[in-house]
Design a protein around this ligand. Structure first.
Ligand code: F0G
Length: 487
């Protein structure tokens, strides 16, 4: 049973709704193209939602990366940034915020999260190593593998069950961790990585209890703990709501408790801190020096690390703001609303609701499409045709082929409806629910996809596919029958 959250308000009819604890002061226009235009656009994009243009998109739910709403204080801070190449005062404000919020002495700005992963791989990983994680992220895995290592995921039994009530599906199975350390030996394990929250399996958090157990075991063997905090404030929010021991703790306290377990921290600042940048942080002078040596080669000088100093300023503010429960919980609460409404409409979704997005389970939504025909990719394309809403494939297309050219089938086939923080409203979520539920009613019309242009690495970004049998036209025709030629 989850603890109640402050912005989930009970109405007099008993319904609980997430009420926004902010005012919208700047807006951006969007428009809903008619279904015929959507059909043309998805065809031109090779049925890959990454290749759609914003002008053809109504609600952009591809990602929360770099698309969260910034606060008035963040925008104000950007105006006073210090553009000095070296010694920028903006950096020192960031370093102060890192010390205050995360408790680390050394802060290293980088241009975004994957830059941190690149440096991690460069500095800590050697060929033949085994990197252990709760779950991989696409760019993390690519960097570890490019450095010659393999990635092993040590999740528990519940993690891949999409319909579940297990509150912390992002936990590492400690028995598996012990077995791996015994099998490979500490010298082959450069670090254990905990991702908050596990992006590819539905934004699922881990508990502090689990983090502490993992850290204790790793530390016994001299293995450092690396924390990917891209959604650190959301993970902290779930700890507060789902881990009874922390029900009365503040987000600040929970973050500090998590950080007390961490040897090396990094994040994509594009998420929890609502800016375009990235960060690494540690209390180890040795780690800091080793990373710093490569920073000017790949990122930039130590006081900007490839980021605009405007974003450095805004990250300092964003770090402090994410400790506000209303900020940390803004996306999780709207996601919970979206997921609950989808579930009530009969749409198969990942439960419990996680951070980052509402996830639709394509294996259950489109059971007639085999994995080799990419059900999650087909679902993302179909959602766009049915609604003008852009979601993201998180399934087999997001896994590259192995070295022999064979498909690596994803554990889960998900269409991810990301909920960028403080950007969309409840009426927009109701629209999403309605159109996805309509699509579910017409799911038999949706068929698979086949690659026509397939890049070797991270193929989901630029790959182009075709719709088998031209099913998208049948879907658009069914839509027009029900809704006319409009939207
Ligand atoms: N780690 C996690 C957990 C992420 O979710 C991401 C990015 C990265 C690292 C890489 O950071 O994009 O700043 O280079 N996730 C984005 C997404 C791309 O859409 O979920 P980045």
């Amino acid at each position: 049973m989850e603890a109640p959250a402050p912005m989930n308000i009970t109405l007099s009819n008993g319904a609980v709704i997430p009420v926004e604890m902010h005012k919208v002061r700047i807006v951006q226009r969007t428009s809903l193209p008619p279904v015929r235009r959507r059909l043309e656009a998805i065809g031109a994009a090779g049925y890959n939602t990454f290749l759609l243009r914003t002008k053809d998109i109504f609600l952009d739910m591809l990602t929360d990366s770099g698309t969260n709403a910034m606060s008035d204080n963040q925008l104000a801070a950007m105006m006073v940034s210090d553009d000095a190449y070296a010694g920028s005062e903006s950096f020192y404000k960031l370093a102060d915020a890192v010390k205050e919020v995360l408790g680390f002495d050394y802060a290293i700005p980088v241009h975004q999260g994957r830059a941190a992963e690149h440096l991690l791989a460069k500095v800590f990983v050697k060929p033949g190593d085994v990197v252990l994680m709760n779950y991989h992220f696409t760019t993390t895995k690519a960097h570890m593998e490019l450095a010659g290592a393999s990635v092993l995921e040590l999740y528990g039994d519940a993690t891949l069950q999409t319909a579940s009530t297990v509150p912390f599906k992002g936990n590492i199975d400690v028995a598996k961790l012990r077995a791996c350390i015994d099998k490979y030996g500490a010298s082959k394990i450069p670090f254990v990585r905990m991702e908050a929250t596990t992006n590819l399996v539905g934004g699922q958090p881990f508990s502090i209890k689990n983090l502490k157990e993992v850290r204790a075991l790793a530390a016994q063997h001299g293995i450092p703990l690396v924390f990917d905090g891209s959604l650190i404030s959301e993970n902290a929010y779930f700890v507060k709501r789902r881990e009874p021991e922390y029900a009365n703790a503040s987000i600040t306290d929970i973050i500090r408790e998590m950080m007390s377990q961490v040897d090396l921290f990094y994040l994509s600042g594009r998420k929890s801190t609502s800016v375009r940048g990235g960060l690494m942080a540690t209390n180890s002078k040795e780690y800091y020096d080793r990373i710093l040596a490569w920073l000017p080669v790949y990122e930039g000088f130590a006081t900007y690390g490839g980021m605009s100093t405007k974003e450095v300023e805004a990250m300092a503010v964003g770090l402090r703001e994410m400790t506000d429960e209303n900020v940390a919980g803004a996306s999780p609460d709207l996601i919970q609303y979206l997921v609950n409404r989808l579930e009530k409409s009969g749409v198969p979704v990942v439960t419990p609701p996680g951070g980052l997005a509402g996830h639709v389970d394509a294996k259950r939504f489109l059971p007639h499409i085999p994995q080799k025909e990419y059900p999650a990719g087909a679902l993302a394309a179909a959602i766009y045709v049915a609604s003008g809403v852009r979601s993201m494939e998180r399934g087999t297309i997001s896994c590259d082929r192995d070295q022999n050219g064979n498909e690596t089938y994803a554990d889960l086939e998900l269409a991810r409806l990301a909920v960028p923080r403080r950007v969309y409203t409840m009426s927009q979520m109701e629209y999403v629910v309605d159109r996805v539920a309509w699509l579910h009613g017409h799911r038999d019309l949706v068929k698979g996809l086949r690659f026509v242009e397939e890049p070797k690495v991270l193929r989901f970004f630029f790959g182009k596919l075709e719709a088998l049998g031209g099913w998208d036209r049948d879907l658009a025709a069914a839509f027009e029958k029900d809704f006319g030629t409009g939207c």
